[in-house]
Write a protein that binds this ligand. Structure first.
Ligand code: HEM
Length: 138
């Protein structure tokens, strides 16, 4: 019992240290950048006066989508060898669908079509949710 009293704070300090030093994967870095642009876009996507800055944010999302598409999600390493190729194909297909919707969003914002821009933005949110359900573990 006395031993436990000393070990518990040590375990807490060690686990905090491990968390603090855990490196982000390259994909996590891309996703964080995508998240920043996506959150900013949420506020202005329906504002035609913000067209220039919206196109800049969409360009950021495009760049991070292209980079992420070439990467493997961490969860791919947990797949049995026989299932991994299909898993990665599915990931690439969902990323491609996401990229297509980003292109549609860009076209809508360029054309000043606010309703279409909002619809694409909402679709991206659905694709994000599905992508995270299928390929991201918390
Ligand atoms: C609006 C679109 C999206 C946003 C804002 C977004 C945001 C994020 C964020 C904030 C993280 C956590 C990063 C961290 O831990 O530092 C993440 C991770 C992740 N996201 Fe997304 N995401 C989006 C779309 C997608 C899509 C479409 C897919 C897959 C088809 C996807 C797959 C993943 C995966 C697999 C991870 C874990 C990273 C890893 O395995 O290394 N995300 N995302």
């Amino acid at each position: 019992m006395k031993m436990l009293k000393h070990l518990t704070p040590l375990a807490i300090v060690l686990s905090l240290g491990v968390t603090a030093f855990a490196e982000d994967t390259p994909m996590e870095k891309e996703m964080s950048a995508m998240n920043k642009a996506y959150k900013a876009l949420k506020k202005s996507v329906e504002d035609p006066a913000a067209k220039a800055e919206n196109l800049k944010l969409i360009a950021d999302i495009k760049k991070t989508t292209e980079a992420s598409s070439k990467m493997e999600p961490k969860t791919a390493a947990d797949q049995p060898a026989a299932a991994k190729p299909a898993y990665l194909e599915k990931y690439k297909a969902q990323m491609a669908a996401f990229a297509k919707e980003v292109a549609d969003l860009e076209a809508a914002v360029t054309a000043g079509n606010t309703a279409a821009a909002k619809a694409s933005f909402d679709k991206l949110n659905e694709l994000k949710k599905k992508g995270h359900e299928d390929f991201k573990k918390d």
